[in-house]
Design a protein around this ligand. Structure first.
Ligand SMILES: [Zn+2]
Ligand SMILES: [Zn+2]
Length: 131
């Protein structure tokens, strides 16, 4: 049973790390992607394995206005969620590290996870707004 679970978790990680899936899927989208690869896995099992991966710190759960999205990229980064097309963009910036260090020092806390979300318009939607 454990090896079966390991295999399924590996499949989930593999699917999430593919370039075409860097869309920060919702749990529904991620489940569909897994089922496309292996129809024999039950939905409850997929949900359970996704939860386990989050607990193990292998994938990140990010809370957006549309609900939870999943991200395999564990590097410290923020997200822009487009209010129009709902795509999620990764935003990398040196300053997050500085901010975390600053907050840890000023408040004597240890930050282990972040959920930095910006709402706004993605480049594509800004273009279509101007048309
Ligand atoms: Zn957009
Ligand atoms: Zn991301």
């Amino acid at each position: 049973m454990e090896t079966r679970n390991t295999k399924q978790k590996e499949l989930i990680l593999d699917i999430l790390s593919r370039k075409e899936n860097m869309i920060h899927p919702t749990i529904g989208e991620l489940t569909t992607l897994v089922l496309n690869e292996d129809k024999s896995i039950g939905q409850a099992t997929i949900y359970r394995n996704i939860k386990k991966l989050v607990r193990e710190g292998k994938i990140k759960k990010i809370l957006t206005n549309d609900g939870y999205r999943y991200d395999i990229n564990a590097d410290l980064h923020g997200h822009l969620v487009c209010v129009k097309c709902h795509s999620v963009y990764d935003l990398y910036d040196e300053s997050y590290n500085k901010l975390v260090a600053h907050l840890e020092k000023n408040y004597q806390v240890k930050i282990s996870n972040t959920n930095i979300i910006f709402d706004g318009l993605c480049p594509k939607c800004q273009e279509s707004n101007n048309k």
